[in-house]
Structures are given as C-alpha cells and as structure tokens.
Ligand binder design. Structure first.
Ligand code: PLP
Length: 429
C-alpha cells in the first residue's frame, strides 16, 4: 500500500506525518511544514472535471473513504472564462469563487476540515478550532468545519468593524459553530485567542491557521484544472497575493508538472514581496488598509516556504512582482466592465491590472490566466462606486442573508471567552 507523503520543516530536518503536520500547524522549531518530497510528474492533462483533478492530486494525502469523496468535498467548478474586447481581450479569468462562501479560501478550508476530522478520528480526540477573523477566512473555515463530529468552531470578530456582507456570512447559523461579536478591535480578538491558547488546560484548542499545510496542498488542483481547460499549452498565471499561500501552491503545482511558464505576484500597496523580488529586501512592514482588504498583509508568512524552495534570484526569474494602487484598482474595475462586460471584484481587478502590464512587458503570445479570488457581490460598496451598478448577489449569498443569524455579543475579556469554550466542550456528545 502506498503510504501518505511526509512533511518537513522549512527550518530544520524535523520530519512528521501529514496527520501531525495538520494537527500542529507550525513545526516545533517555528518553521512551516512543506511536503518532504515533490514528485515532478503528478500533472495529467486529461481530467474532465475539477473534482476529478482533486481526486488525482489529493488521494495520496487523504485516502478517500468512498469513490465520490472528493466530488462531495468540491461539488463546485472553477471555470476558465476568456475576456473579449478592448485592452483585456484574450485574457483568461479562472473563477475560484463558486464555493459556498464565494472566495478561493473555500478550497483550502474544506480540505483542512476533512484532514483535521480524519486525524482526530484516528487519535480518538475532539478539538475546538478558535479563529479570530476580519474577513474571508472566518466564513470559509466556519462553513467547512461545521457539522464535523469531532470539531467545534468558535469564531471571534470585532463587532461593527466588518462589512455588512461579511457580518452576514460570519454570523449565519451553522451546526457546531459559535460566533462571538467582540466589543473591541481585531487586535483584541487576536489577543483573546492568544490568551486562550496560553491558558488552555484541556489541550484541545486548535487553530485553522492560514499557514497550515492542509490549506496549501489542495490549492494546487485549480492550477492543474486551468491547464486542462486551456488544453495544456504552457501559460503565465497572475496571482492576486497577500500572505502568498496561493502563489506558494502554484509554485508547488509547477514543480509537479503543471505547465506554468511564469508567475506574476499582483499585490496592492502592501508590496514587501514586490520589493524582495526586485532585490530590495527590507524588514516586514506595517499593514496598509486598501480596497482589496484580503490582501492587506505586511508580513507574508508564506514567503518562508518560497525561500525554502528557491533562492532570491531563482524566484526573481520565475515571478514578476507588481504593486497596484487603489486608484488603479477602481479604474480597472470600471474599464473591464465597460470594455468586456465582465465584473471583477477588487482583488481580481488588482490581478487584471497586473496582467495587462505583464502582457505589455512580455512577448505577448502565451495565454495569461488571472486567478479570480472572490465574487464581486462580497464587495457591493466598492463595486457600486466603481461602476455605478448594484451587483447581483448569487443565490447562496442571498440564502445566507435570509437565513437565521446567530451570534453572541461578549466583552473583550478572556473570562467571557472561556465561559463559551467550556459550554462548547460540554456539547460534544
Ligand atoms: C486571502 C485572499 C487573497 C490573498 O491570498 P494569499 O494566499 O494570502 O496570498 C486574495 N484575494 C482574496 C479574495 C482572499 O480572500
């Protein structure tokens, strides 16, 4: 029987099973886990659906319990759409927002949920996943981890500090999920999570951290699926980036044979990685607030993985970095809408602006694929001010808005959080 691949740390020779890497998140030496060995020939050009690609890429990591296991995990598509007209003619958009919470975070969160539940099952344990959130991660994790028998989720968000759409997504009633609206800031939420971990006597707290290896591995499948849809020519891919998880997954996919010629890392004003690629390495910076807020990251943690795999000069040869301002983002939403009829959310618009620049700067005959990381209906205010139109919300977002909402308002104190945690523990049956 083929055994599950192992993981190793970026900082030392520590090697652990995938299961332990999922349960622990970070390596004991403070490093991030990466696959111990990367096969160069995983890619196949003949998948007929995204979930077929998922089955092929993910079965070695998580033995499916049934033939349709990965079809149930990913019952949605990631279609490749070719733009027509004007300056964007011929650019392809890979839509990664057809999952339940309308961002690409669903891909990582759903696999993490399945892997976590399996690992807990094998060790006959239960866990409480504690997450402080201000955006897409919280709703993707809550959705993916709800109804798992060995997991309960406690989400903390700053009351009154997230957008109305985000708040509806975070507070939708989900089995096994308790949402806490904290009377404080995002920093208060993060502090409370840290305190809860420091005081955890039961030892069952887990984070669904963005650096967990189980979030990275499944993000390879849509790079492979894009290649299948293109007909396996080599292509350039533009990745709207913040914490560099998506780009790291693409880099891994290329090592495993996906025919990606060149990457463009499209950042907003938070451009640490753009400077790094240009040979101007500087300390991590404070975060700037922008319209593409899921990419507002001053200290991208996945840079550690990229630097483990390749040197600065190798990365600079394979990846172009671009920084796009808020003005340019709004301008791009407007122009793309009027020239091609396509509605791109602010994160995708950062990617499209970078794609146009990249096409001008390169030889121009290779296909360009821009990853579309979120649905425009998640950002109705920005879309309205850029285009003057209201975005039509997809049915699953409307259903979320119409459904029951469930949240508990708490003061920003550790006692309030611990009361909730003991209540949740008592609910495991
Ligand atoms: C998280 C996120 C990003 C950034 O992805 P990274 O993997 O952190 O680089 C981009 N767009 C959206 C909509 C996101 O939610």
């Amino acid at each position: 029987m083929q055994s599950t691949p192992q993981c190793r740390s970026t900082r030392s020779e520590i090697r652990v099973s995938f299961e332990d890497a999922v349960l622990n998140g970070l390596a004991p030496d403070g490093g991030l886990y990466v696959p111990d060995a990367v096969a160069s020939d995983v890619y196949r050009a003949d998948h007929r659906t995204l979930s077929d690609a998922a089955t092929h890429w993910l079965s070695p990591w998580l033995k499916p319990e049934s033939n349709d296991f990965f079809h149930q995990l990913y019952p949605f598509d990631a279609p490749l759409v070719a733009l027509r007209g004007g300056h964007y003619d011929g650019i392809h958009v890979l839509e990664l927002f057809h999952g339940p919470t309308l961002s690409f975070k669903d891909f990582g969160a759903r696999f993490l949920g399945a892997a976590l539940n399996r690992a807990l099952d094998r060790q006959n344990r239960t866990a409480i996943v504690l997450v402080a959130t201000s955006g897409d991660t919280g709703s993707a994790v809550a959705d993916a981890l709800s109804s798992l028998d060995r997991v309960r989720v406690v989400l903390l968000y700053p009351h009154g500090m997230v957008s109305p759409v985000q708040e509806r997504q975070l507070t939708a009633t989900r089995p096994g999920v308790q949402t806490l609206a904290v009377d404080g800031s995002f920093d208060d939420c993060q502090r409370l999570v840290k305190q809860a971990f420091a005081r955890d006597k039961v030892g069952d707290l887990t984070s669904a951290n963005s650096i967990n290896i189980a979030r990275l591995i499944p993000q390879q499948i849509y790079y492979a699926w894009a290649a299948c849809q293109l007909g396996s020519e080599s292509f350039d891919v533009v990745v709207p980036s913040g914490n560099l998880g998506n780009l790291s997954a693409g880099y891994l996919a290329r090592c495993s044979g996906v025919p990606i010629h060149h990457f463009v890392a499209a950042h907003n004003k938070n451009n640490w990685f753009v400077d790094y690629l240009a040979g101007k390495e500087r300390p991590f910076a404070d975060t700037h607030v922008t319209l593409s807020n899921a990419m507002d990251v001053g200290a991208p943690s996945n840079a550690e993985r990229l630097r483990y795999w390749a040197s600065q000069s190798e990365l600079a040869a394979d990846i172009s970095g671009m920084s796009v301002s808020d003005e340019r983002t709004v301008e791009t939403i407007k122009t793309v809408r009027s020239e091609t009829d396509y509605l791109a959310d602010p994160h995708t618009a950062v990617g499209l602006a970078a794609a146009q620049e990249h096409r001008r700067a390169s030889d121009g005959d290779r296909p360009i694929v821009v990853l579309s990381t979120a649905h425009p209906a998640k950002f109705p205010e920005t879309m309205k001010s850029a285009t003057g139109e209201d975005v039509e919300a997809p049915r699953r977002l409307v259903a979320t808005a119409a459904g029951a909402s469930n949240r508990t308002l708490i003061p920003p104190t550790i006692d309030a959080v611990e009361t909730v945690l003991s209540k949740q523990r008592s609910l495991f049956g």
